[in-house]
Design a protein around this ligand. Structure first.
Ligand code: NAD
Ligand code: 89V
Length: 349
């Protein structure tokens, strides 16, 4: 008998990874799934042998019988579904982007706080094996105190074939992909105080921006550049690798293509490969992301057991989401935006 039972809402493109991750965990069973699209409900229900299937989240919650809910729908439904979970006092995981706007995100955190449920944003990029390796080098102190950093994701991958909705929104790369890079920047370099951003749309077939360059001032004085592009045609396509550069007081770190990590410090230079594991159900080049799904899910269950707040809790994610809002504001106005103006009182900075 599984120790934790879960329900999943949204049986689309990415949810299949989440279902695989849950199936791999001995102490978890997904006992109910929900999708308003009957075809997706059947495909995922049959693939993972889930008997309880719902077209309506309201009906699924009314029937109950699960310890947590995993919300894997697209952003437009996140607030209503998190608030529904809160009303039913069911701990919830919500996919990124957390919400359409920062004020929606704040309301979702408030709803969770009011009813005392745990709320985690499925912000999985910081759980990627190469990013965890970078963090562990920083924490070891080998290269000293970082004063400059870069988190870079430049690709020409056709992301629209799997996720066609990404071509339709007036916001694209910062909201969808930059949000991961910004969260990695917070994870590695700490919270930011100011944002300066520039955006471009190169692909004429989409509505939103597909190139963004962001300059962040972090608490403590570190400066970082976060650059993301889906318009970059390289000789070898790097999707979905995030590259990292760090200059610090005693050395440097470079996470380069093919998961090569080079650390240079007073003791010399060391290079190793920090490639993600290829899980049995995973497929290249997605395996890096797929492994991080399994790792964040394990973290969620560990937090349910211990009662600890997840690393990417709703509250924590407000600060990543504020960077997204700040980037759009900065690019629109051509000005630097102070994060304190967006986060306001009540969010610890
Ligand atoms: P998708 O459109 O393929 O799937 C979403 C599914 O949710 C659809 O089947 C749709 O019918 C269903 N749905 C929507 N609203 C619903 C509602 N109110 N009730 C029941 N079902 C509903 O989308 P996707 O590509 O799987 O993306 C889903 C989410 O995952 C997005 O927020 C996306 O940004 C995120 N995502 C995250 C990662 C990651 O690495 N963390 C990767 C890809 C996608
Ligand atoms: O995170 C996402 O939603 C995806 C991908 C990893 C491809 O960027 O769009």
């Amino acid at each position: 008998m599984a120790r934790f039972t879960g329900a999943l809402i949204g049986c689309g493109f990415f949810a299949v990874n989440q279902m695989h991750g849950w199936r791999d965990m001995d102490d978890v069973e997904i006992v109910a799934i929900c999708d308003r699209d009957p075809q997706r409900l059947q495909i995922v229900g049959d693939q993972f042998g889930v008997v309880r299937r719902y077209a309506s989240a309201d009906e699924m919650f009314a029937a109950g019988g699960f310890d947590f809910v995993d919300i894997a729908t697209t952003v437009g439904s996140h607030r209503a579904l998190v608030e529904l979970a809160a009303r039913h006092r069911v701990p919830a995981i919500c996919q990124k982007p957390f919400a359409p706007t920062l004020s929606d995100a704040k309301a979702m955190v408030a709803a969770a706080d009011d009813t005392g449920i745990s709320l985690m944003v499925h912000e999985n990029f910081r759980w990627q094996t190469p990013i965890l390796a970078v963090k562990s080098v920083l924490d070891s102190g080998t290269i000293g105190d970082p004063f400059w950093g870069r988190v870079s994701f430049r690709s020409g991958f056709d992301v629209f074939s799997g996720q066609p909705y990404l071509a339709e929104g007036t916001r694209f790369i910062i909201e969808d992909l930059g949000i991961h890079a910004l969260d990695i920047a917070r994870f590695l370099f700490g919270d930011a105080t100011r944002m300066t951003a520039r955006t471009r749309r190169i692909n004429p077939a989409i509505k939103g921006e597909d190139v963004a360059t962001m300059l962040l001032d972090h608490i403590g004085g570190l400066t970082s550049i976060i650059d993301v592009s889906y318009a970059t045609k390289l000789p070898v396509e790097p999707f979905p690798e995030t590259l990292v550069e760090i200059d610090a007081t005693r050395g440097t770190l470079r996470l380069s293509k093919d998961y090569r990590l080079t650390v240079h410090g007073p003791g010399g230079t060391a290079e190793r490969v920090v490639a993600p594991n290829l899980l049995p159900w995973a497929s290249r080049p997605w395996h890096n992301i797929q492994e991080s799904v399994a790792l964040i899910q394990k973290h969620w269950i560990a937090c349910l057991v211990s009662g600890q707040e997840p690393a990417t809790s709703g509250r924590d994610n407000l600060k990543t989401f504020a960077l997204v809002e700040a980037a759009y504001l900065s690019a629109e106005r051509g000005e630097t935006v102070a994060l304190a103006d967006l986060l306001g009182a009540g969010v610890e900075r």
